[in-house]
Design a protein around this ligand. Sequence first.
Ligand SMILES: Cc1cc2nc3c(=O)[nH]c(=O)nc-3n(C[C@H](O)[C@H](O)[C@H](O)COP(=O)(O)O)c2cc1C
Length: 213
Amino acid sequence: MYTKATSGDIQITGWRMIIVKRVSTPSASTVKGGKTGLTESKAEGGSSSGVNSNQVLVAYFSHSGNTRVIANQIHESIGGGIFEIMAVDPYPGDYGDVVEQARKELQAGYKPELKAKVENMGSYDVVFVGYPNWWGTIPRPVASFLSSYDLTGKTVVPFCTHEGSGLGRSVTDIKGLCPQSVIPEGIAVRGRNVKTAKNEVSAWLRKIGLRGE
Ligand SMILES: Cc1cc2nc3c(=O)[nH]c(=O)nc-3n(C[C@H](O)[C@H](O)[C@H](O)COP(=O)(O)O)c2cc1C
C-alpha cells in the first residue's frame, strides 16, 4: 500500500519512508550539449586514472538525480565518456506512480525502448553502470541497456544509490545479463549522502584498481 507523494512528502514504510527531494544536476546530454547523450572528456587529475580514460564509459540511469551525482564524480575522476540511459517514455514524476510502474515492469521482465544508443561501444573496455536501486535491483532501462550490447570481455562496474537496500540483488542480475563480462566490486551510496561521497568514491575506485595515486 502506497501513499501518493509529491516533492517533500514522506513515504510510509522501509525504503519507501523517504523524503522525496529532486537533486538538480545537469544530465549527461545537457552537460556539453551532445545530442547522442554521450560526452567525452579527460579526467580532472590528468593521468591519475588507473586505466586509459579513452577506454572508459560511465553509463547511468537516474530518476531523481542522486545517481547522476555519483556518475559525475566518477567521470570527473576518470574521464572518458559519460552516457545517460533514458527510456523513450519518461517515468512519472510522482513517487507513488513511479514505484508502482517500476514494480509492474520488474514483474513483467519488461525492457523499455531507450532514447539513445552508444554507437562506439566497441571502443570501451570499462563500462561503469549506475542506477538507483529499484525494488532491490536494477531499473528496467538498465536491463535494456545491458541487453543492447555485446559486453563480452569488458569490465562492467556497478554503482548504485539507494535508501537502505544497498546493491540488493542488482549485481547478481547484472551478472545474468552480462555473463561474459568481468564484474568488480560495486559501490552503493545512500541517496542523501551523494553530494559528500566523492572521497568514498575515489577510495573505491582505487580499491578496484581503476584509479591510481
Ligand atoms: C521505483 C523506486 C523503487 C525503489 N526501490 C528501492 C529499494 O528497493 N530499496 C532502496 O533502498 N531504495 C529504493 N528506492 C529509493 C531509490 O533507490 C533512491 O532514492 C535513489 O537514490 C534514487 O536515485 P535517483 O535519484 O538517481 O533516481 C526506490 C525508488 C524508486 C523511485
